[in-house]
Design a protein. Sequence first.
Length: 224
Amino acid sequence: MTVFAAASLTDALGEIATAYQRTSGQPVRLSFAASGAVARQIQAGAPADVVILADTVWMDRLQAADRLAPGTRSDLLKNTLVVIAPSDAPADADPLGALAGSRGKLAIGDPASVPAGAYARTWLQTSGRWSSLRASLVTAADVRAVRTFVERGEAALGIVYRSDAIGADGVRIVVEPPEAEQPAIVYPVAATRGAAGNAQAFLAFLTGPEARRIFIAHGFRTRS
């Protein structure tokens, strides 16, 4: 069975696939990319049995294209945004304010294909920071690439999901937007049309207690 998923799920889903294989005896192949890239691959006929995205709009497009097995779609997880800096960066009371007008860079995912980037842009706009920081922006192919930019010191700050910052040694969280400013970040999951028969069993495992524990440990919020 093959699962295509958003890049932000790399660590958690790797653990879950191992746990599923241990209990079921069935191997799971995983493929990760930005949600937009995943959706386009499936639309083009990539052989995925299960798809998990970080954005409902891209899943809506797959559903409209009749690429999902009827009755299998559900909302699996939630997430939140955080701002990260290199772990050895000096403390600053207002890191985003200090970045504005400097030569430092703020990394976000490409808003055209990376939901985390689109969410970051929305937050910067609604919080009134977009105009002052727009000249500092650099975009990346997925949210994990954003974290890598910051880990390497190629960007002073990055906006990622909280799940990408939890347990990452090379970065630390420097800003957590308040709940009122957080965009609604939902991860939908579904089997694809023509999926292997064990896709339903894997979908059930994703909502079970072991998978839920792993997701929470990696900074996600479960829907149930």
